[in-house]
Design a binder for this molecule. Structure first.
Ligand code: ADP
Ligand code: ZN
Length: 719
């Protein structure tokens, strides 16, 4: 027999199939093979009877690294498509399907020993053995370590020697959520939910968009579809932007599906992740739940795939291979012949267009469960507040509503786009801005540690007492941050209990989880936070949401900043008034006439969409053109600039052949010219004809010793 093997050599360009002679192997197994002067691991892509290579040139597989193939036939097929689609080596695409722990071999399976009752023995002169034996006689089996602790190691050993107990080694799985569970009944579906489930099951289309306002019960629709897939004997993949941000969702899933669900997320230890993967691969768990990378979960016979909050930026990978989760999910749905459900209250403009034009199915859920009203939104003009001499982060309207919310013993969420005590440190005399030494970005002041931090590389600096440029002592922080807001709240409402949630307070495995649980248990009255508080939380007691700087995200130099702002505001507003009490939302802005804010305040997604899509058509942005960025990044500025110049020359030939297919074509320094000491240059293009991508990728397929060149399509961030 011969195996076609892709060798898994990191940082290598070897992307060729090699034939190796082998015994009985199966496709998808990992093998150890001789390669060059050493050995390496590889993936068996196919097993065949004959090889075209002359027998003397065929080397032998040294051994198989798996007992059962780590990858399924489906995985191999999808990996081939990913490799072709994103022009990455096949080995890189295959690696996506394996948790890092599997490849490095640093984590191993964990086992425990179980003592099983095997028969009677003479224990008349050994009271502890006698106790142990009667215990096991009743229990039949128990964990050996626990028995040793309770009855003594000697008793266990003697009984094993006498043949009264048998010690068995068993595979044990680490359970990341031991002891955390909540019983929660299934709801009978509302008419709207029923309609959604039926539509998805009966449509001929693979992809359906569930466009439902916040609180319309989309989650229940997904859970029903998943339960039905399980009942058919199939498996499910449920993707969420960041599960550790939504403990309630996690609890709900555990309560509903128990250990049938494997939850993969960044907060797990390597061992836990490894075990969850193994449980899925072995079929012990049949629902894979997790962020982006769970789209590669090792489940077979997939019956449904759900992408919740499909508009979320975290679904596109920012490191190679730069895949979009949707593309992979659709490939898997097509292969398995199952449905792919995208859910959102604020779909990406591109997604909504594909649904509106009939490429995707579309289900709308315009009402909240039990016809609860969406919270009323007031827009507050902060320019007037400033004119009236209000220098705090809170308008008078917000203060009034906060006071009432607190006196009624309800909870409030205050949202702002920035973090840190204040944002940037600026010299009031010469205009000097404190910047990171490794990255071309401004630093952020953090009052709790009295230092400046770079949010790109994590470097810390001392807060200067005087301006390093002109020596003036009037060097200040400008802007607001979660810390300052929390401090102001303490002064305004001394009795209120305030929780802060941002990247600084949520480090560690359980950071978010702990804060959200505290808030859910009503151990705080006000939650102040950044983007993280906008996600899909369901806190019934929240009746007021304040957006302190609603227009902040409008000013990012990105064609999607309007869309992002609309999404953020809608999401965070959706946290208010989810239970009996009606909710309210206050949007503070310096730009009260802004159309994005106006549409958001009316919950008018369609209005926003019509406006946005016509603007994108007029200006030639996605979905009417594809943004393609070719990045060159390297340690040496001149080498990197030289590389981009060469690549630009090559791309220029494609451009010159057909300039009308380009809306934009320019070489430039990247907006952030340096991150982590890597210089960044780019060629930015807007392509009217995506079929040119093949040529673009080919033109960028050049290797430099010290410069990395790569292509990004519609990147989630254009820094
Ligand atoms: P969405 O995901 O659309 O924001 P959720 O699924 O979180 O909405 O549902 C909002 C609330 O309504 C939740 O508290 C949920 O438990 C409740 N809910 C969902 N479906 C039903 C139903 N059929 N009957 C009663 N309550 C429901
Ligand atoms: Zn930095």
């Amino acid at each position: 027999m011969y195996a076609e093997v892709i060798v898994d050599v990191a940082h290598s360009d070897v992307d060729k199939i090699f034939d190796y002679a082998c015994g009985s192997l199966a496709a998808g197994m990992r093998v150890v093979v001789p390669f060059g002067n050493g050995v390496t691991t590889g993936f068996v892509m196919r097993v065949k009877e004959t090889s075209d290579l002359p027998a003397e040139r065929v080397k032998k597989v040294i051994r198989a690294a798996d007992e059962i193939p780590a990858l399924t036939e489906e995985n191999l097929s999808i990996a081939r498509k990913i490799a072709a689609r994103y022009r990455v080596p096949l080995a890189a695409a295959l690696r996506l399907f394996l948790p890092a722990e599997m490849r490095t071999g640093k984590v191993s399976e964990s086992y425990r020993t179980v003592a099983v009752f095997a028969g009677e023995a003479d224990v008349s002169r050994a009271p502890r053995q006698s106790e142990l034996l009667s215990f096991l006689r009743e229990k039949k089996e128990a964990d050996a370590a626990a028995l040793r602790e309770r009855f003594g190691a000697a008793a266990v050993k003697s009984l094993a020697e006498k043949g009264a107990i048998r010690l068995e080694r068993r595979r044990s799985f680490r359970d990341p959520y031991r002891g955390q569970s909540e019983t929660q009944g299934e709801h009978p579906l509302t008419a709207a939910q029923k309609r959604a489930v039926e539509y998805i099951e009966n449509t001929q289309k693979t992809v359906t968009l569930v466009f439902g306002v916040t609180g319309s019960g989309k989650t229940e629709v997904y859970l029903h579809l998943i339960a039905k897939a399980l009942a058919r004997g199939q498996t499910a993949i449920f993707l969420v932007p960041e599960i550790s941000l939504t403990p309630q969702m996690l609890m709900q899933l555990r309560a509903r599906f128990g250990r049938a669900a494997a939850i993969l997320h960044s907060g797990l230890s390597a061992g836990e992740r490894f075990d969850e993967w193994q449980r899925l691969r072995a079929g012990d768990a049949r629902i894979a739940i997790g962020a982006r990378s769970a789209v590669f979960a090792p489940v077979e016979n997939v019956g449904i795939i759900v992408i919740d909050e499909e508009h979320d930026g975290s679904y596109s990978s920012e490191s190679a291979p730069r895949y979009h989760t949707f593309d992979v999910a659709r490939l898997r749905a097509q292969y398995n012949g199952c449905k792919l459900v995208l859910g959102s209250a604020t779909p990406a403009v591109e997604t909504y267009r594909r649904a509106a034009e009939g490429e995707f199915g579309l289900v709308t859920m315009p009402d909240r469960i039990n016809a609860r009203p969406l919270p009323a939104v007031s827009i507050v003009d902060m320019r007037r507040e400033v004119r009236r001499g209000n220098a705090t982060a809170f308008s008078s309207v917000l203060r009034e509503k906060l006071a009432r919310c607190l006196s009624e013993h309800n909870q409030a969420i205050l949202f702002l786009n920035r973090r840190g005590y204040s944002q940037t440190v600026i010299c009031q005399s010469c205009g000097y801005v404190a910047k990171c030494e490794n990255c071309d970005v401004a630093l952020t002041y953090h009052s709790d540690e009295d230092c400046l931090k770079c949010h790109y590389c994590g470097a810390r600096y001392k807060m200067p007492a005087a301006c390093p440029q002109c020596g003036d002592r009037r060097i200040r922080y400008v802007g607001t941050g979660t810390q300052r807001v929390a401090a102001e709240l303490k002064k305004l409402y001394p009795a209120a209990r305030v929780l802060r949630m941002d990247v600084d307070t949520t480090s560690g495995k359980e950071g978010h989880f702990r804060i959200l649980q505290q808030f859910a248990r009503r151990e705080a009255d006000i939650l102040v936070g950044t983007q993280m508080v906008a996600k899909g939380h369901d806190f019934p007691q929240v009746t007021l949401v304040g957006v302190l700087d609603a227009d902040m995200s409008l000013h990012f130099p990105d064609y999607r900043s309007g869309e992002r702002t609309f999404q953020l505001i809608t999401q965070v507003a959706g946290r208010s008034g989810r239970a009996q009490a009606a909710g309210e939302v206050v949007l503070q802005t310096y730009d009260p006439e802004n159309y994005i804010l106006r549409f958001a305040a009316r919950y008018d997604y369609e209005g926003f969409y019509e406006h946005e899509i016509s603007m994108r058509a007029a200006t030639g942005f996605p979905p009417f053109a594809r943004i393609v960025r070719v990045m060159a990044s390297g340690d040496d500025e001149r080498e990197t600039a030289y590389a981009i110049k060469e690549v630009h020359e090559r791309l220029r030939r494609i451009y010159d052949a057909d300039p009308q297919k380009f809306l934009f074509f320019r070489q430039m320094r990247s907006p952030i010219g340096r991150i982590r000491n890597k210089y960044r240059f780019q060629v930015l293009m807007r392509l009217l004809d995506p079929s040119l991508l093949k040529e673009v990728y080919a033109a960028c397929d050049v290797k430099y010793k010290n410069v990395l060149v790569y292509v990004e399509e519609n990147p989630a961030n254009l820094n």
